[in-house]
Design a protein around this ligand. Structure first.
Ligand code: IMJ
Length: 202
């Protein structure tokens, strides 16, 4: 049984039909910069389900202007926003979810990207945010492990998604991976889903 969240009405109209197509009843608003919305999500889940076995953190945001040109031009506001939405949100969500996850062999998954480890053109402040996200996973793992809750990050490589569309040079990276990767193909959304399913399984 799955629940889905969205930030803003534009995303609600994309998420709701997908949730309904697999019989998921719960579609809830969750702007991760707002602690009240985060708490409301887990209060609803507590009321509806009484517990939670799995949490998928699949979100990021940086201002469009900061995902092109020189990293040097990153603004204080842009840096704060990218790190808040893309990295701190994992900590906030895990803290709110933990009371529902303790004592059930629960598992958490987040999504990251290679731009955290190496410089990737245009990835800029998102690379810094993903480096912070990965460090959050390691520190959270140390806190959650003794509570028998697992946490992992999936670094799948470039995947054709809404968030990747319209990004300068993205097509070139997909073409390069197709030539260089051992399987001579790109990673699909289904590859990512299967990896998440494995990591979330008890
Ligand atoms: C994003 C920017 C630059 C290069 C990029 C990407 N490459 C890849 C991505 C090479 C694979 C996609 N990616 C891994 C992301 O994490 C994307 C995050 C993102 C995308 C947008 C686009 C629309 C917007 N803000 C965004 N914030 C984060 O306004």
């Amino acid at each position: 049984e799955l629940a889905f969240t969205y930030a803003g009405e534009a995303f609600e109209s994309r998420v709701r039909p997908l949730a309904e197509s697999i019989g998921a009843k719960l579609v809830l608003p969750c702007d991760v910069t707002d602690d009240n919305q985060i708490n409301a999500v887990f209060e609803t889940l507590k009321k509806e389900w009484g517990g939670l076995d799995a949490l998928v953190h699949s979100l990021a945001f940086a201002k469009k202007e900061e995902l092109k040109g020189e990293f040097l031009n990153t603004t204080r506001d842009g840096f704060k926003l990218a790190l808040d939405v893309s990295a701190y949100s994992l900590v906030a969500l895990v803290k709110a979810a933990l009371p529902l996850m303790e004592g059930r062999d629960a598992s958490i998954v987040t999504l990251t990207y290679y731009g955290s480890e190496k410089v990737i053109s245009n990835y800029n402040v998102m690379g810094v945010a993903k480096a912070a996200l990965e460090a959050c996973v390691r520190y959270l793992a140390a806190d959650l492990g003794p509570k028998n809750v697992r946490i992992n990050a999936i670094s799948a490589g470039p995947v054709k998604t809404l968030a990747a569309m319209g990004i300068t040079g993205f097509k070139g990276i997909l073409d390069m991976v197709e030539v260089k990767a051992p399987l001579k193909r790109n990673v699909t959304q289904e590859d990512g889903a299967k990896t998440a399913l494995y990591l979330l399984s008890g």
